[in-house]
Design a protein around this ligand. Structure first.
Ligand SMILES: [Zn+2]
Ligand SMILES: [Zn+2]
Length: 100
């Protein structure tokens, strides 16, 4: 899957962006902080709610039966997705950047 000779310019830009992003990475959440967040199972909901409730980490909708975690800001994400986000990326909401 290598694209040698293709878009070398774009490759360079992406690398520098990723490099910067890596340096600016903030502190991540601890397992304890993660466990302290309220978790629930998504119940039956209307189609309208399903259309608006999106886990922005994986870009998938929050479906009936999914385990979700709610952050202090009120945003909800799949428990697995936000767990990975908070412990490996940043201890803040992916949507509104409020610290957890
Ligand atoms: Zn998700
Ligand atoms: Zn939020």
């Amino acid at each position: 899957m290598h694209e040698a000779g293709h878009g070398s310019c774009r490759e360079r830009v992406r690398e520098s962006l990723e490099g910067e992003g890596g340096k600016r990475q903030g502190p991540v959440a601890s397992e304890e902080a993660l466990a302290a967040l309220p978790t629930r199972i998504v119940g039956l909901r209307s189609l309208a709610e399903l259309a608006t409730d999106l886990c922005t980490v994986c870009q998938e909708g929050l479906q009936h039966g999914d385990e979700v975690k709610r952050l202090p800001c009120g945003h909800e994400f799949h428990a697995d997705c936000i767990g990975r986000w908070l412990t490996t990326r940043k201890n803040a909401c992916p949507l509104c950047a409020q610290a957890v």
